[in-house]
Design a protein around this ligand. Structure first.
Ligand code: VGL
Ligand code: ZN
Length: 210
């Protein structure tokens, strides 16, 4: 029988025990968002080993793992040729849309593809994906979130998760920012906290009473 811990998370810097109802959400850790990719996030590859350790921890205590991926058609509205802000990136099934090399995607992970039609963009993993429903049906109440990029898809995912009623813990060392404007990443972290997310480092996580 799983033990559902009722204890509150320890104060900042303390250990945070995983429990039943937790899930890990890995946002858009794809080739095109790594340095050298079509829309490379500076130091983006640094999140790979950190998220691998997190996934291992969630796997060990049998908690759900979700990976979202940007999955655009070749004529997506966010691309410059269509008047959007970005170079073409994460074209569905192209090499750039693949998960980062070295990312240890678990066999039973839940994969969520987003912004899959030409006419709409979606930064959040919850936008038109059914992820909220899926997580609720799994009994999830608290989400641990990391990935790329802090100031776009991670921020939007954190906001929507809170809006959908989930408790959110953001893994600071498991995300990196694009920083189109200097300070965007720091502002995004501030906004996440304001929205009600708890910011921690992955080293605080322990596979406790789940
Ligand atoms: C993203 C820009 C465009 C992201 C996706 O995953 O943060 N950023 N599409
Ligand atoms: Zn995109």
């Amino acid at each position: 029988m799983p033990q559902h811990s009722r204890t509150r998370p320890e104060p900042e810097g303390g250990r945070l025990a995983l429990r039943g109802g937790d899930a890990l959400v890995v946002v858009d850790v794809q080739r095109d968002f790594l340095p050298g990719g079509a829309l490379g996030v500076p130091d983006g590859d640094a999140v790979v080993p950190v998220l691998n350790r997190c996934m291992e921890l969630f796997l060990r205590v049998n908690l759900p793992i979700v990976l979202s991926r940007d999955w655009h058609p070749a004529d997506h509205c966010s691309f410059r040729a269509q008047g959007g802000p970005w170079p073409p990136h994460c074209i569905a099934a192209s090499p750039g849309a693949a998960f980062a090399p070295g990312l240890a995607v678990p066999e039973h992970a839940h994969i969520v593809s987003k912004a899959t039609t030409a006419v709409a963009d979606a930064y959040s993993a919850f936008q038109r994906t059914g992820l909220g429903e899926r997580l609720r049906s799994l009994g999830c109440g608290r989400l641990f979130i990391g990935g790329l990029a802090t100031d776009y898809c991670v921020l939007a995912t954190v906001r929507d998760a809170i809006g959908e009623g989930f408790d959110v813990v953001v893994l600071r060392d498991a995300m990196r920012a694009v920083n189109v404007h200097p300070g965007d990443g720091a502002r995004a972290e501030h906004d996440m906290t304001e929205a009600g997310a708890q910011l921690v480092t992955s080293k605080q996580l322990v596979g406790g009473g789940a």
